[in-house]
Design a binder for this molecule. Sequence first.
Ligand SMILES: Cc1cc2nc3c(=O)[nH]c(=O)nc-3n(C[C@H](O)[C@H](O)[C@H](O)COP(=O)(O)O)c2cc1C
Length: 313
Amino acid sequence: MPVKAKLKKSIENLKAELKEKQTRLTEDWENAKIGIKARQKLFTREVKAKQDEFLIEWDDVQERYKDKFDQWLDRFEIDELETMLDRYKEESEPLEPIGENDVLRMLPMPRPLNMTLQQALEKRRSSRDFSGEPIDEEMVSSLLWAASGINRKKGMKRTTPSALNWQDVTIYVVQANGIWKYLPKRHALLFIEGKDQREHFGEIKTWMKLASQHLVFVSDKRKTETFTTKLVQKAFKTDFSEGELNDRARAINVGVKVQAVYLAAAALGLGCTCRILRDDREARTLMKLAPEEKIMAICSVGEHPASIFDHVI
Ligand SMILES: Cc1cc2nc3c(=O)[nH]c(=O)nc-3n(C[C@H](O)[C@H](O)[C@H](O)COP(=O)(O)O)c2cc1C
């Protein structure tokens, strides 16, 4: 066989070999992905089963060792007990899950809030005077981080507290390019709905139309149904699982975030006003909320106009 033909043949062989390897690798990769997903599912199920098992045994243990249990509870500070239980809960909480077709927008680093707390508290006010100009993405990043960002890698804990560490409140950003959901652990926005939907998030008042972003606070009742809630209920005979106490705790969980946004807005020189949406039907549909999710409050934010001529009409 002539050299040229030989070369051609060996290149073709090599190509075929490479193609085969590539196909095998792709198959292996797909199988590995399926395997990981299955293992993740199994792990979550195992943790849940262990928790249920523990709770079933709990009544029995309590009954048998009532005196000992009371002594034990006396020895522990509630804080210590909660930390212990939080650790248990965190183990079963993975990173926010992302679907294959989900669109994520990574947020830039938050712009530092270079104002003393004293100054921010002095400047904090409800301001309904917006220019209509979009605010910088770094500032959106700062507002979200201030309200719900991770400030401790260990345990992925947040800038704001929540009852029994429920972390039941999710923030949605409603802006000119659609509706996005804030994922604190990834410090990213998840795309929910396209187009400018701001008009469905408040009564049509001029000032509200000029807010560049509405931060919408949604509390999910399902997130309050935790192992910690059940344990506290059993150990301290306090029912946080539903009713007035549950409502109160969830309202506070939102309130602390609202104040954090107000303070961050003050530090960034932005306007901010908190609102309660009276008729939230349209907004709920657009946000694709589950029945257990409730729109609790909205913070409308935006740049102040530099002068009367700076308004966008
Ligand atoms: C839960 C809540 C709901 C509010 N709802 C509205 C509202 O619908 N419209 C509005 O213009 N301001 C609203 N505000 C802002 C208050 O009117 C404002 O905080 C109050 O007048 C005090 O003013 P300041 O925030 O400048 O101190 C609300 C504030 C809170 C905390």
